[in-house]
Design a protein around this ligand. Sequence first.
Ligand SMILES: *Cc1c(COP(=O)(O)O)cnc(C)c1O
Length: 346
Amino acid sequence: MNNEYVDLRSDTVTKPTPEMREAMAEAEVGDDVYGDDPTVNRLEEKAAEMLGKEAALFVPSGTMGNLLALLAHCSRGEEVICGDKSHIYVNEAGGMAALGGIYPHPVPNQKDGTLQLEDIRASIQPDDSHRAITRLVCIENTQNMCGGAALSVEYTKQVGHLAQENNLKFHMDGARIFNAAAALDVDIKELVAPADSIMFCLSKGLVAPVGSMLVGDGAFTEKARRLRKMLGGGMRQAGVLAAAGLVSLEKMTVRLKQDHARAMSLYEALKQVSGLRLEAQPSSNMVYFRLDDSVALTEDQIIAQMKKRGVLVDWSAPREFRLVTHYWVDDAGVGKAARAFKETLG
Ligand SMILES: *Cc1c(COP(=O)(O)O)cnc(C)c1O
C-alpha cells in the first residue's frame, strides 16, 4: 500500500496509482480552452461513449459539474426538485442559489435513497403567477447520505418518465454512478439513459487525483462549456489530469465490486464489535454505523484512538460514522480496521 494508514475517511483520499502517474508524465497536451488538448478530447469522447451520450465535458470538480448542469438547465428564479439529503442541497455551499438564483425544492430522501414519485409529482408547481417555475428534477446515485444506496434502473426510468411527462429536465448527480452500476450489476448506459445530464467523479472510487465529467447531449455540453469558462474552470494543458482520468475509465471502473465486497466484510466484522449499531447492509462502498448509548467515548476520542492504531476514520453526524472502502484498502486493511475498532471500544 502507498500509505502507512488504512484511510477509511472517504474514497476522495485515493492517491493516483503508479500507472496514472506514468500516464500523466507522458500525456500529450495542448491548450484545452482552444480545444487543442488531445488527451482531454480523448477523455471526453471516452466518457460520452461509455455512458451512451453525445458529449462530455471535463471539469475540475463534481461540485462545479453539478453547478454547470443546474445553470445550463435553469434560469434565475426557477426551481429544482432535489432530495433533502442530496449533495447539491446540503454540501455545495448553496451554489445554485448564490450563483444561479436557482431555488431548491427539497423532498425527503427515503431510507433507500429514492425520492418518492408522489413527492416529486406533488412538488411540481402549477402554472400560476404566484409560483416559481419548476424546471429540473435531480437524483443522486449512489445516494451518499442514505448509506451509499444504489438506485435501480427501474426507478431511474420512472423518474425519467415523470420528468418527461411534466416537461422537466432530469439531472443525475452520479458522483459514484459507476459504483451504482457495479452494485446493481447493470450496464451503466441503461442506468443513465433516462437522464438529460449526468455528473460523475473521476477523483473518488475511480482513483484519479482531480476531476469530474459532465455528460449529456451536444447542445447541453456546449452551453456548459461556456458556463465553465465563466466560472473560471477553463483549464489549459489539462491533459496531465485527463491522462489519469483515462486510466480511471479503462482500469478502475471494472474493479469497483472489490471495494463493495470489502465494505461487506468490514460490515460483517463490525457487527461483532460491541457498542456499534449497524443497520442496513452496505450496497456499495460505504459502511455507516451509529454509536450505542453505552459508548462513553466521544467521536473525536474514537478518531484519535483509531489513528494511534493506524486507521483513519471520520464521523458523518453526531454519534454516526461513515467508513468508505476504495482502491488503497485491501483485505489486510479491512482486518486491521476491524481489530482497531475492537480494541478501541473493547
Ligand atoms: C463528492 C460529491 C460531489 C462533489 O464532488 P467534488 O469533486 O467533491 O466537488 C457531488 N455529489 C456527490 C454525491 C458527491 O459525493
